[in-house]
Design a protein around this ligand. Structure first.
Ligand code: PB1
Length: 336
Protein backbone atom coordinates (compact mmCIF):
# COMPACT_ATOMS: atom_id res chain seq x y z
CA UNK A 1 0.00 0.00 0.00
CA UNK A 2 1.77 3.17 -1.11
CA UNK A 3 1.92 5.83 1.56
CA UNK A 4 -0.64 8.53 0.62
CA UNK A 5 0.78 12.08 0.57
CA UNK A 6 0.28 14.25 3.61
CA UNK A 7 -3.16 15.85 3.77
CA UNK A 8 -1.72 19.31 3.09
CA UNK A 9 -0.17 17.99 -0.15
CA UNK A 10 -3.55 16.85 -1.45
CA UNK A 11 -4.49 19.71 -3.82
CA UNK A 12 -6.97 17.94 -6.12
CA UNK A 13 -9.55 18.11 -3.34
CA UNK A 14 -9.57 21.88 -3.81
CA UNK A 15 -10.62 21.99 -7.43
CA UNK A 16 -12.19 18.72 -8.56
CA UNK A 17 -15.55 20.48 -9.19
CA UNK A 18 -16.28 23.46 -11.54
CA UNK A 19 -17.71 25.52 -8.67
CA UNK A 20 -14.56 24.88 -6.61
CA UNK A 21 -12.48 25.91 -9.63
CA UNK A 22 -14.52 29.12 -9.84
CA UNK A 23 -13.81 29.81 -6.18
CA UNK A 24 -10.09 29.30 -6.80
CA UNK A 25 -10.10 31.94 -9.58
CA UNK A 26 -12.65 34.48 -8.31
CA UNK A 27 -10.19 37.37 -8.15
CA UNK A 28 -9.30 37.11 -11.85
CA UNK A 29 -12.88 37.15 -13.16
CA UNK A 30 -13.51 38.72 -16.54
CA UNK A 31 -16.67 40.84 -16.55
CA UNK A 32 -17.78 43.67 -18.87
CA UNK A 33 -16.30 46.08 -16.31
CA UNK A 34 -12.86 44.61 -16.98
CA UNK A 35 -13.05 45.31 -20.74
CA UNK A 36 -12.44 48.39 -22.89
CA UNK A 37 -13.34 48.29 -26.58
CA UNK A 38 -10.92 50.34 -28.76
CA UNK A 39 -12.98 51.89 -31.58
CA UNK A 40 -11.79 53.45 -34.84
CA UNK A 41 -14.11 56.22 -36.00
CA UNK A 42 -13.95 58.18 -39.25
CA UNK A 43 -16.35 60.00 -41.56
CA UNK A 44 -17.05 56.88 -43.64
CA UNK A 45 -20.73 56.53 -44.55
CA UNK A 46 -20.61 52.75 -44.10
CA UNK A 47 -18.58 50.63 -41.66
CA UNK A 48 -15.23 49.66 -43.19
CA UNK A 49 -13.36 46.42 -42.51
CA UNK A 50 -9.85 47.06 -41.13
CA UNK A 51 -7.57 45.09 -43.46
CA UNK A 52 -4.63 44.82 -41.04
CA UNK A 53 -6.92 43.58 -38.24
CA UNK A 54 -9.44 41.08 -39.65
CA UNK A 55 -12.67 41.14 -37.64
CA UNK A 56 -12.19 44.78 -36.61
CA UNK A 57 -14.45 47.39 -38.23
CA UNK A 58 -13.93 51.14 -38.57
CA UNK A 59 -17.16 52.94 -37.75
CA UNK A 60 -18.32 56.29 -39.12
CA UNK A 61 -19.95 59.17 -37.25
CA UNK A 62 -23.16 58.45 -39.17
CA UNK A 63 -23.30 54.72 -38.41
CA UNK A 64 -21.60 54.25 -35.05
CA UNK A 65 -24.89 54.16 -33.11
CA UNK A 66 -26.32 51.26 -35.08
CA UNK A 67 -22.93 49.47 -35.02
CA UNK A 68 -22.33 49.88 -31.28
CA UNK A 69 -25.89 49.30 -30.00
CA UNK A 70 -25.78 45.47 -30.25
CA UNK A 71 -22.46 45.47 -28.39
CA UNK A 72 -23.77 47.87 -25.72
CA UNK A 73 -26.79 45.59 -25.36
CA UNK A 74 -24.37 42.71 -24.63
CA UNK A 75 -22.96 44.70 -21.71
CA UNK A 76 -20.25 46.99 -23.14
CA UNK A 77 -19.23 49.54 -20.47
CA UNK A 78 -16.18 51.38 -21.88
CA UNK A 79 -14.97 52.46 -25.35
CA UNK A 80 -11.63 54.04 -26.30
CA UNK A 81 -11.96 56.26 -29.38
CA UNK A 82 -9.35 56.71 -32.13
CA UNK A 83 -9.97 59.14 -35.01
CA UNK A 84 -9.19 57.82 -38.48
CA UNK A 85 -9.26 60.42 -41.22
CA UNK A 86 -7.34 59.95 -44.47
CA UNK A 87 -6.75 62.77 -46.90
CA UNK A 88 -6.65 65.46 -44.21
CA UNK A 89 -4.04 68.21 -44.18
CA UNK A 90 -1.38 67.11 -41.71
CA UNK A 91 0.90 69.80 -40.28
CA UNK A 92 3.70 70.32 -37.76
CA UNK A 93 1.43 70.56 -34.73
CA UNK A 94 -1.34 68.12 -35.69
CA UNK A 95 -3.99 70.83 -36.00
CA UNK A 96 -6.68 68.34 -37.04
CA UNK A 97 -6.41 66.49 -33.71
CA UNK A 98 -8.77 69.00 -32.07
CA UNK A 99 -10.52 70.34 -35.18
CA UNK A 100 -14.32 70.52 -34.81
CA UNK A 101 -14.37 68.40 -38.01
CA UNK A 102 -12.43 65.59 -36.30
CA UNK A 103 -14.74 62.54 -36.14
CA UNK A 104 -13.78 61.95 -32.51
CA UNK A 105 -15.05 65.40 -31.51
CA UNK A 106 -18.15 64.93 -33.61
CA UNK A 107 -19.00 61.50 -32.26
CA UNK A 108 -18.55 62.13 -28.50
CA UNK A 109 -21.81 64.12 -27.97
CA UNK A 110 -23.67 61.55 -30.08
CA UNK A 111 -22.40 58.65 -27.99
CA UNK A 112 -23.17 60.50 -24.76
CA UNK A 113 -26.76 60.98 -26.01
CA UNK A 114 -27.30 57.47 -27.41
CA UNK A 115 -25.54 55.53 -24.65
CA UNK A 116 -25.77 57.56 -21.41
CA UNK A 117 -24.20 54.80 -19.31
CA UNK A 118 -21.24 54.13 -21.63
CA UNK A 119 -17.84 55.47 -20.53
CA UNK A 120 -16.28 57.44 -23.39
CA UNK A 121 -12.48 57.39 -23.35
CA UNK A 122 -10.38 59.29 -25.92
CA UNK A 123 -6.82 58.50 -26.91
CA UNK A 124 -4.90 61.79 -27.00
CA UNK A 125 -1.97 61.98 -29.39
CA UNK A 126 -0.69 63.90 -32.41
CA UNK A 127 0.87 61.13 -34.51
CA UNK A 128 -2.19 60.56 -36.75
CA UNK A 129 -2.34 64.30 -37.48
CA UNK A 130 1.27 65.52 -37.79
CA UNK A 131 3.10 65.66 -41.13
CA UNK A 132 6.12 63.98 -39.50
CA UNK A 133 4.08 61.24 -37.83
CA UNK A 134 5.56 61.73 -34.38
CA UNK A 135 3.51 61.89 -31.18
CA UNK A 136 4.76 65.36 -30.25
CA UNK A 137 5.98 68.59 -31.82
CA UNK A 138 9.48 68.46 -33.31
CA UNK A 139 12.22 71.08 -33.01
CA UNK A 140 13.91 72.26 -36.21
CA UNK A 141 16.70 69.73 -35.64
CA UNK A 142 14.28 66.77 -35.63
CA UNK A 143 14.22 66.29 -31.86
CA UNK A 144 11.04 66.39 -29.73
CA UNK A 145 10.26 69.87 -28.37
CA UNK A 146 8.87 68.63 -25.05
CA UNK A 147 7.47 71.92 -23.75
CA UNK A 148 5.62 72.69 -26.99
CA UNK A 149 4.43 69.07 -27.16
CA UNK A 150 2.84 68.93 -23.70
CA UNK A 151 1.16 72.29 -24.26
CA UNK A 152 -0.33 70.96 -27.51
CA UNK A 153 -1.33 67.61 -26.00
CA UNK A 154 -3.10 69.46 -23.18
CA UNK A 155 -5.03 71.51 -25.76
CA UNK A 156 -6.20 68.35 -27.54
CA UNK A 157 -7.13 66.62 -24.27
CA UNK A 158 -9.15 69.69 -23.25
CA UNK A 159 -11.00 69.70 -26.58
CA UNK A 160 -12.05 66.05 -26.10
CA UNK A 161 -13.01 66.76 -22.49
CA UNK A 162 -15.10 69.77 -23.52
CA UNK A 163 -16.77 67.63 -26.20
CA UNK A 164 -17.91 65.30 -23.39
CA UNK A 165 -15.27 62.59 -22.94
CA UNK A 166 -15.30 60.99 -19.46
CA UNK A 167 -11.64 59.95 -19.70
CA UNK A 168 -8.71 61.36 -21.69
CA UNK A 169 -5.79 58.98 -22.27
CA UNK A 170 -2.56 60.58 -23.53
CA UNK A 171 -0.56 57.96 -25.45
CA UNK A 172 2.16 60.38 -26.56
CA UNK A 173 4.66 59.60 -23.78
CA UNK A 174 5.97 63.17 -23.47
CA UNK A 175 7.52 64.11 -20.10
CA UNK A 176 5.07 66.17 -18.02
CA UNK A 177 1.99 65.87 -20.19
CA UNK A 178 -0.10 64.52 -17.28
CA UNK A 179 0.53 67.64 -15.19
CA UNK A 180 -0.16 69.86 -18.21
CA UNK A 181 -3.48 68.11 -18.92
CA UNK A 182 -4.58 68.15 -15.26
CA UNK A 183 -3.80 71.89 -14.98
CA UNK A 184 -5.74 72.59 -18.16
CA UNK A 185 -8.77 70.56 -17.02
CA UNK A 186 -8.76 72.34 -13.65
CA UNK A 187 -8.38 75.78 -15.26
CA UNK A 188 -11.46 75.09 -17.41
CA UNK A 189 -13.60 73.75 -14.57
CA UNK A 190 -13.32 70.10 -15.62
CA UNK A 191 -10.86 68.96 -12.98
CA UNK A 192 -13.53 66.94 -11.15
CA UNK A 193 -15.45 65.80 -14.24
CA UNK A 194 -12.83 64.19 -16.47
CA UNK A 195 -10.38 61.40 -15.57
CA UNK A 196 -6.84 61.17 -16.87
CA UNK A 197 -5.73 57.65 -17.77
CA UNK A 198 -2.00 57.72 -18.34
CA UNK A 199 -0.32 55.38 -20.81
CA UNK A 200 2.38 55.48 -18.14
CA UNK A 201 4.48 52.42 -19.00
CA UNK A 202 4.27 52.32 -22.78
CA UNK A 203 7.11 50.63 -24.64
CA UNK A 204 8.70 51.16 -28.04
CA UNK A 205 7.21 47.91 -29.29
CA UNK A 206 6.99 46.08 -32.60
CA UNK A 207 3.42 45.16 -31.75
CA UNK A 208 1.86 48.42 -33.06
CA UNK A 209 2.10 47.80 -36.80
CA UNK A 210 -1.52 46.93 -37.65
CA UNK A 211 -2.74 49.99 -35.75
CA UNK A 212 -0.32 52.31 -37.54
CA UNK A 213 -1.54 50.87 -40.81
CA UNK A 214 -5.14 51.79 -39.98
CA UNK A 215 -4.48 55.30 -38.69
CA UNK A 216 -1.57 56.05 -41.06
CA UNK A 217 0.33 57.16 -37.96
CA UNK A 218 3.80 55.69 -38.47
CA UNK A 219 6.70 58.14 -38.02
CA UNK A 220 7.84 59.59 -41.39
CA UNK A 221 11.43 59.54 -40.21
CA UNK A 222 13.30 57.81 -37.39
CA UNK A 223 11.26 56.04 -34.71
CA UNK A 224 9.68 56.58 -31.27
CA UNK A 225 12.52 55.17 -29.23
CA UNK A 226 13.40 58.58 -27.78
CA UNK A 227 10.03 58.89 -26.05
CA UNK A 228 8.48 55.42 -25.78
CA UNK A 229 10.20 53.26 -23.15
CA UNK A 230 13.01 50.86 -24.08
CA UNK A 231 11.48 47.32 -23.95
CA UNK A 232 14.16 46.11 -21.55
CA UNK A 233 13.82 48.85 -18.96
CA UNK A 234 11.91 48.02 -15.77
CA UNK A 235 13.53 50.98 -14.03
CA UNK A 236 12.26 53.56 -16.51
CA UNK A 237 8.80 51.96 -16.29
CA UNK A 238 8.89 52.40 -12.51
CA UNK A 239 10.02 56.03 -12.86
CA UNK A 240 7.48 56.85 -15.61
CA UNK A 241 4.62 55.48 -13.48
CA UNK A 242 5.85 57.42 -10.42
CA UNK A 243 6.15 60.60 -12.52
CA UNK A 244 2.56 60.33 -13.74
CA UNK A 245 1.20 59.43 -10.28
CA UNK A 246 3.01 62.47 -8.88
CA UNK A 247 1.52 64.69 -11.61
CA UNK A 248 -2.00 63.60 -10.71
CA UNK A 249 -3.14 60.92 -13.13
CA UNK A 250 -6.29 59.08 -12.03
CA UNK A 251 -5.48 55.70 -13.59
CA UNK A 252 -2.46 53.89 -15.02
CA UNK A 253 -1.76 51.76 -18.08
CA UNK A 254 0.89 49.32 -19.23
CA UNK A 255 1.21 48.77 -22.98
CA UNK A 256 1.62 46.37 -24.78
CA UNK A 257 0.29 43.52 -22.65
CA UNK A 258 1.43 39.95 -23.09
CA UNK A 259 5.15 40.68 -23.43
CA UNK A 260 5.03 43.07 -20.44
CA UNK A 261 3.12 41.18 -17.72
CA UNK A 262 6.05 41.62 -15.33
CA UNK A 263 5.59 45.39 -15.70
CA UNK A 264 1.85 44.96 -15.06
CA UNK A 265 2.66 43.10 -11.84
CA UNK A 266 5.33 45.54 -10.64
CA UNK A 267 3.05 48.51 -11.37
CA UNK A 268 0.04 47.07 -9.54
CA UNK A 269 2.17 45.93 -6.62
CA UNK A 270 3.68 49.43 -6.31
CA UNK A 271 0.38 51.31 -6.80
CA UNK A 272 -2.54 49.09 -5.72
CA UNK A 273 -4.57 52.24 -5.04
CA UNK A 274 -4.81 53.07 -8.79
CA UNK A 275 -6.97 51.28 -11.37
CA UNK A 276 -4.51 49.62 -13.74
CA UNK A 277 -5.31 49.13 -17.44
CA UNK A 278 -3.38 46.92 -19.84
CA UNK A 279 -3.61 47.33 -23.61
CA UNK A 280 -3.71 44.17 -25.73
CA UNK A 281 -2.48 46.05 -28.80
CA UNK A 282 -3.11 45.53 -32.50
CA UNK A 283 -0.14 43.23 -33.05
CA UNK A 284 -1.24 41.01 -30.15
CA UNK A 285 -4.74 40.90 -31.63
CA UNK A 286 -3.43 40.00 -35.08
CA UNK A 287 -1.05 37.38 -33.66
CA UNK A 288 -3.86 35.49 -31.91
CA UNK A 289 -6.31 35.95 -34.80
CA UNK A 290 -3.95 34.57 -37.44
CA UNK A 291 -2.67 31.74 -35.23
CA UNK A 292 -6.28 30.63 -34.72
CA UNK A 293 -7.03 31.07 -38.43
CA UNK A 294 -4.04 28.86 -39.22
CA UNK A 295 -5.40 26.24 -36.84
CA UNK A 296 -2.40 26.52 -34.53
CA UNK A 297 -4.50 27.49 -31.48
CA UNK A 298 -8.10 27.49 -30.32
CA UNK A 299 -8.88 31.22 -30.10
CA UNK A 300 -11.35 31.04 -27.25
CA UNK A 301 -9.20 28.86 -25.03
CA UNK A 302 -5.98 30.77 -25.64
CA UNK A 303 -7.59 34.22 -25.46
CA UNK A 304 -9.17 33.32 -22.12
CA UNK A 305 -5.73 32.23 -20.89
CA UNK A 306 -4.17 35.49 -22.04
CA UNK A 307 -6.90 37.59 -20.40
CA UNK A 308 -6.51 35.60 -17.16
CA UNK A 309 -2.74 36.18 -17.25
CA UNK A 310 -3.34 39.93 -17.49
CA UNK A 311 -5.83 39.90 -14.62
CA UNK A 312 -3.55 37.61 -12.56
CA UNK A 313 -0.64 39.99 -13.13
CA UNK A 314 -2.77 42.77 -11.63
CA UNK A 315 -4.64 44.46 -14.49
CA UNK A 316 -8.08 45.71 -13.47
CA UNK A 317 -9.14 46.53 -17.04
CA UNK A 318 -8.06 45.08 -20.38
CA UNK A 319 -8.20 47.16 -23.56
CA UNK A 320 -8.83 44.61 -26.27
CA UNK A 321 -10.13 44.55 -29.84
CA UNK A 322 -11.66 41.15 -28.98
CA UNK A 323 -14.18 42.85 -26.64
CA UNK A 324 -17.30 42.12 -28.76
CA UNK A 325 -16.66 38.37 -28.94
CA UNK A 326 -15.67 38.20 -25.27
CA UNK A 327 -19.01 39.82 -24.39
CA UNK A 328 -20.72 37.11 -26.49
CA UNK A 329 -18.91 34.43 -24.47
CA UNK A 330 -19.82 36.12 -21.16
CA UNK A 331 -23.48 36.26 -22.21
CA UNK A 332 -23.55 32.52 -22.89
CA UNK A 333 -21.69 31.80 -19.63
CA UNK A 334 -24.14 33.94 -17.62
CA UNK A 335 -27.00 31.70 -18.72
CA UNK A 336 -25.62 28.79 -16.68
O1 PB1 B 1 -3.38 48.76 -30.88
C1 PB1 B 1 -2.31 49.41 -30.98
O2 PB1 B 1 -1.31 49.01 -31.62
C2 PB1 B 1 -2.25 50.73 -30.27
C3 PB1 B 1 -1.20 51.70 -30.83
C4 PB1 B 1 -1.08 52.91 -29.96
C5 PB1 B 1 -2.39 53.62 -29.76
N1 PB1 B 1 -2.41 54.29 -28.52
C6 PB1 B 1 0.06 53.81 -30.30
C7 PB1 B 1 1.32 53.08 -30.63
C8 PB1 B 1 2.24 53.65 -31.69
O3 PB1 B 1 1.84 53.69 -32.85
O4 PB1 B 1 3.34 54.05 -31.33
C9 PB1 B 1 -0.26 55.09 -30.98
C10 PB1 B 1 0.63 56.20 -30.43
N2 PB1 B 1 -0.01 57.41 -30.20
Amino acid sequence: MSKSPEARHLLHSGYFHPVLRKLQTSNVEISPYNLVFPVFVGNNEKPVDVKSMPGVVQYGVSNIEECLRPIVNKGLKLVLLFGVEHGILKDEKGSYADSPRNPVIQVIPKLRRCFPDLIIMCDVCLCAYTNHGHCGIMSSDGVIDNEASIERIAQVALAYAQAGAHIVAPSDMMDGRIGAIKRSLIDYGLGNRVSVLSYAAKFASGFYGPFRDVTKSAPVFSDRKCYQLPPGSKGLATRAVLRDVTEGCDMLMVKPGLAYLDIVKQTKDAHPEYPLFVYQVSGEYAMLYHAAKAGAIDLRGVLEEVLLSMRRAGADCIITYFTPIILDWLQVKSKY
